[in-house]
Design a protein around this ligand. Structure first.
Ligand code: ZN
Length: 102
């Protein structure tokens, strides 16, 4: 199992959390669910997002970072920027100094 407390302070987690806020989300929760068998060491992490109009969504992962990255992918990738109309994308892997970036 990963160290969930450390992941919650990972700068990538903080950035993803802020990115979801930029989509207009009213609340963002990251929580977990245990399996029915307490001996089984498999937590399912969930990122739950809710908007002011009551619309909400959930993304799951094996750790907090995976859950919130999947939520960013759902909310941002393939969308459109409300400010400038340009396409939006989410890529948690490509470093900012990648020479292939525009
Ligand atoms: Zn824009």
């Amino acid at each position: 199992m990963t160290d969930a407390a450390a992941e919650l302070h990972d700068p990538r987690f903080v950035a993803a959390y802020k990115l979801i806020g930029r989509t207009g989300a009213r609340t963002v929760q990251v929580r977990y669910s245990e399996g029915d068998d307490p001996a089984e060491d498999k937590l399912v992490w969930m990122a739950v997002v809710e908007y002011a109009d009551g619309v909400w969504d959930v993304a799951a992962g094996r750790d907090p970072l995976q859950a919130i990255f999947r939520m960013c992918d759902t909310l941002v990738d393939g969308g459109m920027c409300a400010a400038c109309g340009r396409p939006t994308g989410f890529d948690p892997v490509t470093p900012l100094d990648d020479p292939n970036l525009p």
